[in-house]
Design a binder for this molecule. Structure first.
Ligand code: 5GP
Ligand code: ZN
Length: 113
């Protein structure tokens, strides 16, 4: 998708702080972290939202979720972690390439509601 910022990150034409990559998926740090260590996981195939993901694509993507969560847990030592995923502008989606948020949580002052 030519106008998709996350496809450009996959291509490498927009830089990102990558933390995991395989043939199906890419994870990188969020440019506007809501807490320390906020990261995103995306499929390499452009899929706008959860409704467009095939079962196989979902399996390939979610297979690496524990690995990424554990890497962030080891690096940032949060007290907890939220996984979050928005579909549609009304649900808060701003980038229309499927992404799963990893939001490490620290204490009540960590800034995320
Ligand atoms: P959404 O609201 O669509 O669920 O979340 C989009 C996320 O993408 C936001 O947390 C935002 O900070 C992040 N984001 C938007 N543009 C970029 C970018 O160019 N690079 C990175 N690393 N993150 C981005
Ligand atoms: Zn895309």
């Amino acid at each position: 998708m030519t106008n998709c910022i996350f496809c450009k990150i996959i291509e490498g034409s927009i830089p990102s702080a990558k933390i995991y990559e395989d043939e199906h998926a890419l994870a990188f740090m969020d440019i506007g972290p809501v807490t320390k260590g906020h990261a995103l996981l995306i499929p390499k195939q452009h899929r706008e939202n959860v409704y467009e993901l095939t079962e196989e694509e979902a399996s390939n993507l979610f297979a690496v979720v524990p690995k990424i969560a554990n890497a962030l847990k080891a690096e940032f030592e949060p007290a907890g972690m939220n996984l979050l995923q928005n579909n549609g502008a009304h649900a808060g989606q701003a980038v229309f390439h499927f992404h799963l948020h990893f939001i490490p949580r620290y204490d009540e002052t960590d800034g995320f509601q």
